[in-house]
Design a binder for this molecule. Structure first.
Ligand code: ATP
Ligand code: MG
Length: 349
């Protein structure tokens, strides 16, 4: 049965990239499938263990989920650390995955920087925990931004290796299903997850550098539009966004080699539920002095109600904590079922 899982780290202010790449898709999937949405607090300590306000950040992401329109009664909203089965399965996956697989991850290379020997072991093992997050529910579909594509391929590799390594035990336990991967028949305990990345802005770029993705952890606040920014801040950041001096092209191929222009057009398209081609039909030939104010107005229209609802929710931390507690209990019940099978398959007594 199809099941959605995805998560966001409580590493700082949510931004437009998180909204377009993740939250908005989370909301859209709710009517079609069962969904589990997680605040991945254990992931957020891989880059920096000591957080002054991890608890409030966790509540803030939860508030953003709810403010965006996720229904925590029909679906499940919880924080990762409250379901210890994530960590248990991650450990087992650390023994399934190979160091070489982790070393090839571009997110690890980016986040570890030059001093790789000094990065935490957790940062290296990040994708293994992410695979556990998804597979502990045996989720089949994962809505994410384009930056997470490589991690989802690794999740498939881990699932495949587990299924093959333990094929006989899975058969004996009687909990597997027959699937084909490519041409290969596999008796699987874990499904092959499908990434859901498509859309006009699968990778929203920094407003200051068209070659870098918009990130919570970017030191420059001008590089991103936060979901908590007020109208004045949104307008100012878009006005100051880096661009080239040319007018907008009238066709999509005219955006080639113009990373900043491409990014702003992509954002406009995503926010207005149009394609980039449709946006350029409207704005082709116009200068950024015309396009930027239109974009700012659109961004404010979409974000202001979410912003207001987030503020309202943040004022009631007890309500947020109750949502997380309820979600954790329901998630934990599913996760424990999966782990019972895993322990048996591996031979843990
Ligand atoms: P950090 O810099 O701490 O890694 P982040 O902004 O990358 O923060 P995450 O919590 O790592 O946010 O990612 C949450 C979700 O948002 C993921 O699905 C990720 O793919 C998506 N996402 C993050 N940045 C972007 C972006 N610039 N464009 C589209 N999607 C994004
Ligand atoms: Mg990230």
């Amino acid at each position: 049965k199809p099941l959605i899982f995805s998560g966001v780290q409580p590493t700082g202010n949510l931004h437009l990239g998180n909204y377009l790449g993740a939250l908005r898709k989370f909301v859209a999937m709710q009517d079609k499938m069962d969904c589990i949405y997680c605040v991945v607090d254990l992931h957020s300590i891989t880059a920096q263990l000591v957080h002054s306000d991890l608890k409030s950040q966790t509540r803030q992401i939860t508030a953003a989920y709810l403010a965006s329109g996720i229904d925590p009664v029909k679906h499940i909203v919880f924080n990762q650390s409250a379901v210890p089965q994530h960590s248990e399965l991650a450990w087992i996956f650390n023994c399934v995955a190979r160091i070489g697989w982790m070393n090839r991850m571009t997110q690890f290379k980016d986040k570890a920087g030059k001093d790789r020997e000094n990065a935490s072991l957790g940062l290296l093992a990040y994708p293994s925990l992410m695979a556990a997050d998804i597979l502990v529910y045996r989720a089949t579909h994962v809505p994410v931004g384009e930056d997470q594509k490589q991690h989802l391929e690794l999740t498939r590799d881990i699932a495949m290796k587990f299924n093959l390594d333990f094929g006989d035990a899975i058969r004996r336990g009687g909990q597997g299903v027959d699937i084909t991967v490519g041409e290969q028949p596999v008796h699987a305990y874990f499904p092959m997850v499908e990434p859901m990345i498509e859309g006009p802005a699968p990778r929203v770029m920094s407003l200051k550098d068209g070659s870098k993705k918009m990130s919570k952890s970017d030191p420059s606040d001008l590089s991103r539009i936060n979901l908590t920014d007020d109208t004045e801040a949104v307008v100012r950041k878009i006005r100051k966004a880096k661009t080239d001096p040319d007018a907008l092209p009238s066709e999509v191929k005219g955006l080639e080699g113009r990373a900043e222009a491409d990014n702003l057009v992509g954002i406009y398209a995503a926010l207005s539920d149009k394609t980039k081609a449709e946006v350029l039909q409207e704005f082709g030939g116009q200068q950024f002095s015309v396009f930027k104010p239109a974009l700012a107005e659109l961004a404010v229209t979409v974000l202001a109600p979410i912003n207001a609802e987030m503020r309202r929710l943040i004022d009631d931390p007890a309500h947020i904590d109750a949502v997380l507690k309820d979600g954790s209990e329901r998630a934990g019940a599913i996760a424990e079922k999966t782990m019972n099978g895993v322990r048996d398959i591996i031979g843990l007594l």
